[in-house]
Design a protein around this ligand. Structure first.
Ligand code: ZN
Ligand code: ZN
Length: 620
């Protein structure tokens, strides 16, 4: 190779060596530049080196000197590699600009694989070089000697930022290569593991597209490669199970041919599930699933209390009846409740609890509490509890939603600014993350000013419903306190014992035999009251004294433990003093005493508010 002999191992490998895909993450691209620079120790005397070497080392002055002396930048070396190729593979941005200004052909094919400089830059994962070459007019649809276009190469070498950038710049996610394979098929076949198949699925590729030769869909390719993760993702995305390839085989037939038991199991289960979903009865059940679940939960809770309240003295009988009910219910749930609807169970438990608490109040306690002073606050508390539970549950917590167009725009902007990394960009939602937001895996979305994922509602608590959540906790605590009061009153009226006279044990056995139902409800009340009051206190402390969310506080505490310099929880840019924090949180001016800051946390990316207070910035 002319002048390329001293190119060093890195260059040799990239131009002529085997092209093995390497596992890479989003971060590694930033390291490539330094890695390549490290592979080429600085030359002290570059005045005599030839132009190929000078290009590889990125010595702009020497290259300019040689070009001005008459070297033709379009001239390829013996192996048909141009200077632009060398500059592209080594990420020499200035040299690429210089050569193109001097007339270098941006889409020149060269090297063993008949590739363009863009292909070389993509294999190496140089996003900044890809951006520059595209700006200079490089054609990403050109196919190299292996039959791959640019996006296919990015898939094979797993460079997710480049895939995202190419698609956002208008490359179709269903671009076909020489054999008619789309990037999704190629990923399912060549890259074992969930990525980049999962990543590509976010761009809504065609699942039923087939290649030119085998007429395989992406699912066929994943099965032939034994790529379990890809098969799982493709099934979740709704791939068709009945499409036949050129030999008349469905994906399941292929799984039988390669005798992969796991895949056979996955495909047959999926088939069964889809048939079941189409059954009329089950579809109707699914429609009213929530109400059916609520009804069964109400019955279950009543049944437990009823069995405990039975006049029989045999706890063995009661115990076995309870066990029988538990097994029956868990069997029914497993059979009829879809996995994704299990998240409703805590909400259903909460609603049933509220129902039976109120019933107990009205049926058991009301006769003793004739005074309306007790009735009105209790009824108001229950109504408030139901209202704020509903609001917490149904209000959008601040999920970050962007249109396809906005998403593409933001990917291009971030990539071109060199900020396409996971601290500012959510690789799951493909959106720029606002300040204080977090990606919730359960909701599969980024949530603005994320506090926590609430078990009771199966939703996130974020900027949209945090306020309602606090009020829900407050009302739950209030109802709990009223119930405890009612229970104590009931015991003192109806159980012929007092704690002072008979001691703890007799008192306990008396209240058990006096009314097991009341004791049962009391246990339920104690559970709800203790967690809600504790959480309310913690939440109010965080909001008023720290100005932080639970997630931020936890992060800061972990950071403090890991680093030598303990980060103060109070010195964050979000803490504006107790009263101002409360005014900001509840958006309340308290009759003009405070001026709440209005910040749209779904669109806030920088700390531009309250500049004077933003001195002690901790990364939260
Ligand atoms: Zn996200
Ligand atoms: Zn969530």
């Amino acid at each position: 190779m002319e002048g390329g002999g001293g190119a060093g191992p890195a260059c040799k490998h990239h131009s002529h060596g085997p092209h093995q895909p390497q596992a890479r993450n989003w971060h590694s691209i930033h390291k490539d530049q330094s890695k390549i620079q490290a592979a080429f120790p600085l030359v002290e005397d570059y005045s005599s080196c030839d132009i190929v070497k000078a290009t590889q080392y990125g010595i702009l002055e020497r290259c300019k000197e040689l070009v001005e002396a008459g070297y033709d930048v379009r001239q390829p070396d013996k192996e048909n590699v141009t200077l632009l190729h060398w500059a592209a593979i080594n990420n020499r941005l200035d040299l690429v600009k210089f050569y193109i200004s001097k007339g270098a052909v941006v889409d020149q094919l060269g090297g063993d694989l008949n590739s363009t400089p863009l292909h070389w830059a993509i294999r190496q994962g140089h996003l900044s070089m890809v951006i520059l070459l595209l700006k200079c007019g490089a054609d990403p649809t050109l196919i190299d000697g292996e039959g791959y276009s640019s996006i296919h190469l990015a898939v094979v070498f797993q460079h997710m930022p480049i895939i995202a950038y190419l698609i956002s710049k208008g490359q179709s996610v269903d671009t076909t290569d020489f054999s008619g394979q789309t990037p999704l098929m190629l990923s399912a076949q060549k890259v074992i593991g969930p990525e980049p198949t999962g990543f590509l699925l976010k761009f809504n590729p065609s699942l039923s597209a087939v290649d030119k030769i085998q007429k395989n869909t992406a699912l066929h390719w994943a099965v032939t490669a034994g790529n379990v993760n890809a098969v799982e993702l493709l099934l979740d995305a709704g791939s068709n199970l009945d499409i036949k390839n050129v030999k008349g085989d469905t994906p399941l037939d292929l799984a039988h041919q390669i005798q992969n038991r796991l895949l056979i199991h996955m495909l047959t289960q999926e088939e069964k599930m889809r048939i079941r979903k189409n059954s009329r009865l089950l579809r109707m059940l699914a429609k009213y699933e929530f109400f059916l679940l609520l009804l069964s939960s109400l019955t279950l809770m009543w049944a437990i209390g009823y069995i405990m309240d039975l006049s029989s003295d045999s706890w063995l009988l009661k115990g076995s009846l309870l066990l029988f009910i538990f097994f029956g219910i868990s069997l029914l749930t497993r059979q009829f409740v879809e996995l994704k609807n299990l998240k409703y169970l805590p909400a259903i438990f909460m609603l049933s609890s509220i129902f039976w608490l109120s019933m107990t109040w009205f049926v058991w306690f009301l006769p003793d509490l004739a005074d309306t002073i007790f009735q009105i606050p209790f009824i108001l508390s229950v109504m408030g509890l139901l209202y704020y539970f509903y609001k917490t549950w149904r209000t959008d917590p601040g999920y970050i939603k962007v249109s396809e167009e906005e998403r593409r725009k933001s990917i291009v902007t971030l990539a071109e600014a060199g900020h396409l990394d996971f601290r500012t960009f959510c690789t799951s939602c493909l959106v720029k993350k606002p300040l204080r937001s977090m990606h919730c895996i359960a909701c599969n979305s980024c949530t603005a000013r994320y506090d926590q994922h609430c078990l009771w509602t199966g939703q996130c608590i974020g900027v949209g419903n945090h306020y309602y959540f606090i009020l829900f906790l407050l009302f739950l605590t209030m109802v709990g306190v009223w119930m405890v009061y009612g229970t104590l009153l009931y015991w003192s009226e109806h159980c012929a014992t007092t704690y002072r006279q008979d001691g703890a044990w007799t008192y306990f056995t008396q209240i058990v035999s006096c009314s097991p139902w009341v004791l049962y409800i009391f246990t339920l009340v104690s559970f709800h009251t203790s967690w809600s009051s504790l959480m309310l206190i913690i939440q109010l402390y965080q909001i008023a004294f720290l100005g932080l969310t639970s997630h931020e506080r936890l992060n800061l505490m972990i950071q403090s433990k890991c680093s030598k310099h303990a980060a103060s929880l109070r010195k964050t840019p979000y803490n504006h003093g107790c009263f101002q924090n409360l005014a900001d949180f509840f958006q309340c001016s308290c009759f003009g005493m405070f001026k709440p800051n209005i910040v749209d946390w779904t669109k806030q990316y920088t700390l531009t508010f309250h500049p004077a207070k933003g001195k002690n910035v901790h990364c939260v």
